[in-house]
Design a protein around this ligand. Structure first.
Ligand SMILES: [Zn+2]
Length: 442
């Protein structure tokens, strides 16, 4: 079945002015100006749509959708925010994580996202099967996911930040990491589910766990993920605890490779940026979260110039507090302008970061572009709302006027959002159930 997504208003792909042909789960060809594809079984009229590659979110904590705008945590910087929330999060139950995952994935998909990475590091007693739950939910929705088997093994009793009840010991963490890698990790092109290993952050894990995770990732050909250089507090913690700056900790534990992508990546010096770029370490720029917690601004342009993949992330919903990828693009443009000037970070830059750059962070070369052979993951937006009226450049308008809801989303060649609604899912029912679950965290 070859479907021509025909004559879009604009498309984020060169030489595809007349659209794109999808065949099965993949993109078969781009249709240039004045051209007509050869053999077509069906046509989709995209003359009112702007077409993007499906957006790729590189950092999230789905469970945090249950504690958005929580009164205990608002208006605090990272460490105070975390210590206020850890005891609340410690109550998380399996059915709540299930609803949080369903809600976060749906919210992302409605914003044009087709692949999402989640970093789940919270393991109170009873929540041992967190990864299994997330995989079941992503499969049911038809979204692609890199589920990061997160971990924490350094709690208050050992001088770490999290309470003792949410961490696990190294042996348990590594055994479960292997279990979920064997069960769910698919390294092949076109994969729906991939697993990454993700020790949480320097102030909640041991150096040994960082090294052991890197060795395991090598064996199973999976990515590595962690929070790094988010705040100056973290840098002080690393110097005091390990006698190392955070990037030196990465180096010592075998993380300086393109297997690794880092959430935030703000407080690097110039030499560290060169080292990270050379090694091909990726960075997930989480602009909204960094602004909310006043953590700082990621040096995106320097990192990209040095050779790092720069992707975008919404981050967890207790520090954004929404999971909207189009908003993430707009935030990245705005904070980028503030740092680099009005002629530097353009709408094309943030579109590239949120698609190709994010895909590279996740170690994928099969998604993030509208190109023959890539997966048929597409996000289509209409410009019919008042906020777009009078806009001239349709592609720039998506970012500058603040598009936040896709009209149609295709994942692996299947429509998953139609007329702004998730296919086969009762959205109102889901919101009602999720709200009820969130009440337990009040
Ligand atoms: Zn995070």
């Amino acid at each position: 079945m070859r479907t021509w997504i025909k004559d879009p208003l604009a498309i984020f792909a060169d030489g595809a002015e007349r659209g794109v042909v999808a065949e099965g789960t993949r993109i078969a060809e781009r249709v240039a100006r004045g051209a007509t594809p050869e053999r077509i079984d069906a046509t989709f009229d995209a003359s009112r749509h702007v077409v993007l590659p499906g957006l790729v979110n590189t950092h999230h904590h789905f469970y945090q959708t249950l504690t958005r705008a929580h009164p205990s945590a608002i208006n605090k910087p990272l460490f105070a925010w975390l210590t206020a929330l850890y005891p609340i999060w410690a109550r998380l139950k399996p059915h709540q994580l299930r609803l949080a995952t369903r809600l976060a994935l749906t919210e992302l998909m409605l914003s044009g996202c087709t692949t999402a990475a989640d970093h789940h590091y919270l393991y109170p007693a009873g929540l041992e099967n967190a990864v299994d739950i997330e995989v079941e939910e992503a499969r049911a929705l038809g979204m692609r996911m890199t589920v990061s088997r997160g971990s924490m093994n350094l709690s208050e009793k050992d001088g770490g930040l999290p309470p003792d009840s949410v961490v696990q010991d190294e042996e348990t963490i590594l055994a479960d990491s292997e279990r979920v890698l064997k069960l769910f990790h698919d390294p092949k092109p076109g994969a729906q589910i991939r697993v990454a290993l993700a020790p949480c952050s320097p102030f909640s894990i041991s150096k040994e766990l960082m090294s052991a995770s890197a060795r395991l990732a090598e064996r199973y050909e999976c990515q590595l993920h962690t929070h790094l250089c988010e705040t100056e507090d973290e840098e002080r913690f690393c110097l005091k605890t390990y006698g190392l700056r955070p990037v030196d900790l990465l180096e010592e534990t075998g993380w300086m490779s393109s297997r690794a992508w880092l959430a935030h990546g703000i407080h690097f010096n110039a030499h560290e940026i060169v080292r990270l770029g050379k090694a091909g370490v990726g960075v997930s720029h989480c602009a909204a979260s960094n602004m909310v917690l006043a953590s700082g601004i990621c040096p995106t342009c320097e990192l990209e110039a040095a050779g790092s993949a720069v992707g975008l992330g919404v981050d967890g919903s207790a520090s954004n507090d929404s999971s909207n990828m189009m908003e993430a693009l707009r935030h990245a443009l705005m904070v980028g302008r503030l740092r680099y000037g009005a002629d530097r970070v353009t709408h094309r830059d943030v579109l590239r970061w949120g698609t190709q750059g994010s895909a590279r962070c996740l170690g994928r070369s099969d998604i993030g572009r509208i190109e023959a052979g890539y997966e048929a993951d597409l996000a289509l937006f209409k410009l019919d709302e008042p906020r777009f009226s009078g806009a001239h450049d349709p592609l720039a308008a998506l970012v500058l006027c603040g598009a936040h809801r896709a009209d149609r989303v295709k994942v692996a060649g299947e429509w998953r959002v139609v007329d702004g609604q998730p296919v086969g899912l009762d959205l109102e029912g889901l919101i009602a159930e999720h709200k009820r679950a969130a009440r337990d965290f009040a």
